[in-house]
Design a protein around this ligand. Structure first.
Ligand code: ADP
Length: 537
């Protein structure tokens, strides 16, 4: 067979040649609509801009931006000219953004105008950033942060208008295409570098029906941010498939999302569970006849949430599991044909699992601290480890020298899981979120899923709090649906028949809101800090 390089310029050319009439829509206060044909021409010009700005041949190109058509231009112009796209997470703490941009040695940062207010205060601490290119996503004349008059600042559209389109040709599929830092639930964020090859293969993986299964006939709306974990590969997979794209731009509100789903006739949309939780109350009496699939992951998808979508829209949520380190999609949870005839409620239990690895990815669970595989009987639990062509082998220059892989080449995920006889993964918890009671582990995820099945409970997070006898005991932190009244005793009585006695939380605390991380996941770290001195009893 030919030795053909799996590089992103081949995806780019495919969209340019075969799907030039398909569209890319960006919402927000200044919506734009382009075709892949126009996008391709602009992306080639953007390659010219990077040359004119003198960005090194393998230099890091930072982005500080919402999901948008311009961001998609950067997604291809940087890697297809040999540079490395570095998506900065706009929701991280300022110190972390500064750390990441300096660690990656970003030479230029492309910033949405609506985010300038967040970005400008950081600039003095970014000595390597030679240029800031502002992408104006606000309506003409709208008030916004003024662009400083300074040689470092440029306007995106002005640069593009003055540039000439360039040819793309990437020599080596193993060269770096993009990088992303984990959102750092512990310690400093750690960088993951994706190669052209890994991104190419991940895109194919995402396209398969074993994963998200998007097709040319789809209109895809990634709500999952392009600034974290590559929008789950959708920004590469959609151009590869020739599917039209809809980007929310700066408006990520449930109302804004619903409007785009309706008006743009979106068929496939993806985001973390909190996004769909937020949309749920707006769905009464709403018909979305075109919508056919809602991939969701980043944290466990509660059965109750998926079932609520099935009840209201006729489609359950499709759960997928992955990490920044796994590109990110590694498993997806389709109900296998062998279970097609089981009752819907049991199928919903299967959908609450993380599911089968994508073609190319392999999974195992091991005894903690060892590389001894555990049996696939859905009972034994151990650290989930994965390997495959889009699984990271190491972090990018880690401060603490952290080893990501085992000595026999499997990636340590830090997640605890069981695997059933057919290989379907069921995530029990993150290692650091397990509650350790008298030497036995309690799954916070499972308790949360059950709690969120209670009609009066909107959100629930379970954390371990210190206990003199048992070391740690579970505390349920609960947010009630508006207008609901239910007592802690009633909640515990609801849980009692559903779990082993010693799993029952020792107490229930009612809180206003579960704190969220930069990408909308429950931040247990913040809850643990808040309840560090909690006294049980
Ligand atoms: P971080 O949250 O550490 O910044 P990522 O965004 O890469 O990093 O998140 C990866 C983690 O998110 C996984 O290790 C896992 O704990 C959790 N996760 C992702 N998808 C799922 C899922 N479908 N169910 C449960 N947990 C998930």
């Amino acid at each position: 067979m030919q030795d053909f390089q799996l590089s992103l310029d081949t995806i780019f050319r495919r969209a340019e040649q075969y799907y030039s009439d398909k569209t890319v829509y960006t919402g927000g206060p200044a919506p734009t609509l382009t075709t892949y044909g126009e996008w391709a021409e602009r992306t080639r010009r953007l390659g010219g801009v990077l040359d004119t700005l003198g960005v090194s041949s393998d230099g890091r190109v930072g982005t500080f931006a919402w999901n948008s058509g311009r961001h998609l231009e950067l997604y291809f112009a940087a890697p297809c000219t040999g540079r490395v796209l570095h998506t900065l997470n706009i929701r991280l703490f300022p110190d972390q953004v500064v750390y990441i941009a300096n660690h990656a040695e970003d030479e230029v940062v492309f910033v949405d105008r609506s985010l300038l207010g967040l970005f400008l205060p950081l600039l003095d601490r970014l000595p390597l950033v030679r240029y800031v290119v502002v992408m104006d996503d606000l309506p003409a004349g709208a008030p916004g942060v003024e662009i400083p008059v300074d040689d470092r600042f440029h306007d995106y559209e002005e640069l593009l208008a003055a540039a000439s389109p360039v040819e793309f040709h990437v020599q080596d599929e193993n060269q770096a295409a993009a990088m992303c830092y984990t959102s750092g639930t512990t310690g400093n964020p750690k960088g993951v570098v994706y190669s052209h090859r890994s991104t190419w293969l991940h895109s194919i993986g995402v396209l398969t029906n074993a994963a998200i299964g998007l097709a040319e006939t789809d209109t895809v709306m990634p709500v999952v941010p392009m600034f974290h974990a590559n929008a789950w590969g959708l920004a590469h997979a959609a151009p590869m498939a020739g599917a039209s794209l809809v980007f929310p731009g700066p408006d990520m509100s449930p109302k804004g999302i619903l409007k785009l789903l309706q008006e743009r006739e979106v068929t496939l949309t993806a985001g973390v569970p909190t996004i769909w939780q937020g949309l749920l109350p707006l769905l009464d009496g709403v018909d979305l006849p075109k919508l056919r699939r809602i991939p969701c992951g980043g944290s466990a998808v509660p059965k109750a949430l998926s079932e609520a979508f099935r009840a209201k829209l006729g489609i359950p949520i499709l759960q997928a599991w992955g990490m920044t380190e796994t590109s990110p999609v590694a498993t997806a949870s389709h109900v296998p044909a062998r279970y097609a005839d089981i009752p819907e409620d049991e199928q919903a239990d299967l959908r609450a699992r993380q599911g089968l690895p994508l073609p190319g990815v392999e999974v195992r669970i091991v005894e903690p601290g060892s590389i001894t595989p555990l049996p696939w009987n859905d009972e034994a639990t151990g650290e989930l480890q994965v390997r495959g062509p889009w699984i990271a082998a190491e972090y990018y220059r880690p401060d603490d020298g952290a080893e990501l892989n085992t000595e026999d080449g499997w990636m340590k995920t830090g997640d605890v899981a069981a695997i059933d006889q057919f290989g379907s993964v069921r995530l029990v918890d993150r290692t650091k979120d397990l509650v350790k009671s008298g030497g036995e582990w309690i799954s916070s995820v499972e308790l949360e899923n059950l709690l969120m099945g209670h009609p009066a409970i909107k959100e629930a997070a379970v954390i371990g709090v210190p206990h003199p006898k048992w070391d740690e005991r579970p505390l349920a932190c609960v947010v009630l649906e508006e207008g609901s009244t239910v007592t802690g005793e009633e909640i515990l009585a609801y849980l009692e028949p559903l779990v082993a006695k010693w799993w029952l939380p020792d107490a229930v605390e009612f809180i206003e809101e579960v704190p969220k991380t930069s990408v909308g996941k429950f931040s247990k770290k913040d809850l643990r800090t808040r309840f560090a001195d909690y006294h049980l009893g």
